[in-house]
Structure formats: structure tokens, C-alpha cells
Design a protein around this ligand. Structure first.
Ligand code: NZQ
Ligand code: ZN
Length: 384
């Protein structure tokens, strides 16, 4: 295991009725609270009313910031930062899935500096040090964004969907009941995103098993089991609770302790998103098996371990290569079983500039195979 320093700034309130902790948290912050949310699902399922009641009882002046779209844009960040500055916002309450939660991380930083944050971070390599404090109420599980300080933002003019670094949330409210109205498509895609985070972390270095990897294997088994249970019964609150926490675990840094992560599938999917605005978990589902076929020679030992420990494939009579192949087949079969797409065309992506996507994809230092842009283009073409 690599050397590491570990500390964790986000307090998690998990489980039924977790929002009862909000009054005590809100008592610690200023009067002007930005209530940030997406396209309106929280108005339909009653979460908006519950939270505005809590905010009003706490005596807060509520500034609404709505319409944060999936794959949030840098323009939306700027809109939010302007509103935050104009209203002297003291605290941001982000209510939604990864898109709302990410957008607010960057708003919290952009509202505090005069520079353009994108240029500041990506060109000048600066790190923001001042933020509007924030809390998150999770309504869609999957990304684990509530428990890290990375934000994935689409810069439409530059055609880049990339990471910006913002603040950690002071607290995250994870009440599985708030996620029960998620459309099934999003439940499946969120669960696959969480599984992908586990795999992408597992495939990094060091490549021999360590404690982080053993916890990771348990997370993967848990996600697979509980997505299957959810598909049998979408009202299964126990299965949903497991998925909500497994998704948070997958991206809260615990599985990354002592490791350098891979995340090549994510880098490719993010750039696909920059060009097509596609659903994140679905894009990953198409890319993963194809990318893993290309990685197989380098990743054989890790794939073989996953075959046995996660997918329950018997090692009897099989060599490492057969087991590794069995892992990719099991993953592909699972993608089909849960109804995720296996080709970009099934996602409505038929005509886009795949070469530009490959050329603009970040090649990750932790990937167990050093890809070239040409090979990434081959992978994208195989996904069509
Ligand atoms: O906008 P509303 O109306 O709220 O609807 C949303 C949206 O349409 C809906 N939804 C959320 N909660 C709901 C609900 N519908 C009914 N009932 C509820 N309780 O779900 C749809 C998708 O929401 P979104 O937030 O876009 O999805 P997700 O959580 O998958 O987030 C995707 C974004 O996160 C980024 C992705 O790239 C993408 O931009 N990621 C962030 C990461 C991070 N910061 O750690 C890691 C990930 O790898 C990922 O890249
Ligand atoms: Zn992801």
C-alpha cells in the first residue's frame, strides 16, 4: 500500500428522518441560504416543501436557485455564483443528485474570487481557498459527489467536461426515502456509476490486493446484489439504503486509501458527455466492457481476482486468462441483465465527432494500460 494521510471533513446524517438534523446545522450558519436544486423533481415528491418549512422555521432568508441541469454547465455555475454574490449568500443547501451537488461546489468557490475559476484552476493551476459553506441533501444516489470535493462541469464553448475542485460539504443528509421517486433508468445508471467507481479504483496501483481492495470487492458485491433486488422490487427500502451508502462509499475516498486510481473509462465518458450531453452511468456501461477488452493483457491478474471475488466464478480448472475473460463476460451479461445500453446507438448517439472526443480525453496516470489517442478512438468506434 502507498503512504497516505487520511482525514474526513463531511459529516454524514444517514437514514430515515435524517433531515431532522438540519435545524441544528442551520443554526450554525448565516441568515441568507441559497436553496439550489435541479429541474423540479423535488417539487413533485414533497422534498422541497419539507426543506423550505425547515429553513423558514430556522428563520432563514431563502434564495432559490433552480434549473441545474444534468451534466451541469460552467454557464450555470456562473449564474449561481452571480446570484450568490448579489444576495450575500451565507450558506448553500444543495438538494439533488450529482449534478446539483457538483454545480454548487464550484459556485461556492467562484462566488469568492474575482478570477474566472476555470482559468484559475486549469491554466494558472491555482487552488481556491475560500468558499461559501455548503450542505447537501441527496435525492439521487450514484455519483457519491456529496462526499468529495471534485466537481464535473461541462464547459460548452471549450467542449470539455472536466474536473474542477471546490469545497467539501460540511454535512450530507442521506435519507434513502428521498431517493425512492428516482426514475428506474436513473436508479440503474446511478448503481452502475457506483460500480464503475469501485472498478476504476480497483484497477489502479498498487495492483496487488490490499485492505482498500478487499473493502472495494465487498462494495461491488453489494451494489450488484442490491441492484438486482431493486429490479425485483423497487419499493425495497433495505436494498435502496444499501445502494445509497455503497455509492457514497465508492467515491468518499475510503477505497482509494493507499492507491493511485485508474479512471480511464470515466475520462472517456466525460468527454463523450461534453459532445453529446449523455447520461453518465449509461455511457460508462457501454464503454467499460470494450475498454476492458483492450486492457485485458495488462490487467489480467486484477480481472481474474474480480471474477472470483465479485462475480462468483469458480477458479477450478481455469487459468488466469480464462478467469479474466470470465470477468469481462460476467460484467457484459450484467449490463444486459439490468437493461443498460451496450452500444452508443442505443443511447441515441449515432453521429458525433468521435475523433475529437478521443483527442480531448485525458490519459490517466494511474491506468494500468498506457493508452494512445488512436486506441481510444478504436474503443469509441467499437462502442458505436
Ligand atoms: O433535475 P431534477 O428534476 O431533480 O431531476 C433529476 C435528473 O433529471 C432526477 N432526480 C434526482 N433525484 C430525483 C430525481 N427524480 C425523481 N426523484 C428524485 N428523488 O435524476 C436526474 C439525474 O440527476 P443527476 O444529478 O444529473 O444525476 P447523477 O446523480 O447521476 O449526476 C450526474 C452528474 O454527476 C457527475 C456526472 O458526470 C454528471 O455530470 N459525476 C460526479 C462525480 C463526483 N463529483 O464525484 C463522480 C461521477 O463519476 C460523475 O462524473
Ligand atoms: Zn462516475
Amino acid at each position: 500500500m502507498n503512504t497516505f494521510t487520511y482525514s474526513y471533513p463531511t459529516k454524514v446524517y444517514f437514514g430515515e428522518g435524517a433531515a431532522k438534523n438540519l435545524p441544528a446545522e442551520l443554526a450554525k450558519v448565516g441568515k441568507n441560504v441559497m436553496l439550489a436544486y435541479g429541474g423540479g423533481s423535488i417539487k413533485k415528491n414533497g422534498v422541497f416543501d419539507k426543506l423550505t418549512d425547515i429553513l423558514k422555521s430556522a428563520g432563514k432568508n431563502v434564495i432559490e436557485f433552480s434549473g441545474i441541469m444534468s451534466n451541469p454547465t460552467y454557464a450555470k455555475v456562473q449564474e449561481g455564483a452571480k446570484i450568490a454574490k448579489e444576495n450575500a449568500v451565507d450558506f448553500i443547501l444543495a438538494v439533488g443528485g450529482g449534478s446539483v451537488i457538483d454545480c454548487c461546489k464550484v459556485i461556492s468557490a467562484q462566488a469568492k474570487i474575482p478570477d474566472d475559476l476555470w482559468e484559475f484552476e486549469t491554466q494558472k493551476h491555482g487552488s481556491p481557498s475560500e468558499f461559501i459553506p455548503m450542505g447537501a441533501v441527496v435525492t439521487a444516489f450514484g455519483t457519491g459527489a456529496e462526499m468529495n470535493n471534485g466537481a464535473v462541469i461541462t464547459h460548452e464553448e471549450k467542449k470539455i467536461k472536466g474536473a474542477l475542485w471546490g469545497a467539501f460539504y460540511r454535512f450530507a443528509v442521506l435519507d434513502p426515502a428521498y431517493t425512492m421517486t428516482m426514475p428506474m433508468k436513473q436508479v440503474i445508471s446511478g448503481a452502475f456509476d457506483a460500480l464503475s467507481h469501485c472498478m476504476e479504483t480497483y484497477m489502479g496501483s498498487p495492483r496487488e490486493t490490499n485492505l482498500s481492495d478487499e473493502i472495494n470487492e465487498a462494495c461491488q458485491r453489494n451494489i450488484i446484489k442490491n441492484l438486482r433486488a431493486t429490479l425485483k422490487n423497487n419499493d425495497d427500502v433495505t436494498a435502496r439504503s444499501e445502494l445509497v451508502w455503497a455509492a457514497a462509499m465508492a467515491e468518499n475516498g475510503m477505497l482509494k486509501i493507499g492507491k493511485v486510481t485508474d479512471f480511464q473509462a470515466h475520462m472517456l465518458e466525460h468527454q463523450l458527455g461534453a459532445y453529446t450531453d449523455c447520461n453518465h452511468g449509461q455511457g460508462l456501461a457501454v464503454i467499460h466492457p470494450v475498454l476492458y477488452r483492450h486492457m485485458l493483457p495488462e490487467a489480467q491478474a486484477q480481472f481474474a481476482r474480480l471474477a472470483v471475488s465479485v462475480w462468483g466464478i469458480s477458479p477450478d480448472g481455469k487459468d488466469e486468462n480464462q478467469l479474466a475473460d470470465g470477468f469481462i463476460n460476467a460484467l457484459s451479461d450484467f449490463i444486459k441483465e439490468v437493461g443498460l445500453p451496450t452500444k452508443f446507438s442505443e443511447m441515441g448517439i449515432t453521429d458525433t465527432d468521435f475523433k475529437a472526443i478521443a483527442d480531448s480525453t485525458v490519459l490517466t496516470g494511474g491506468c494500468c494500460k498506457k493508452f494512445t489517442k488512436e486506441e481510444l478512438l478504436d474503443i469509441l468506434n467499437e462502442c458505436r
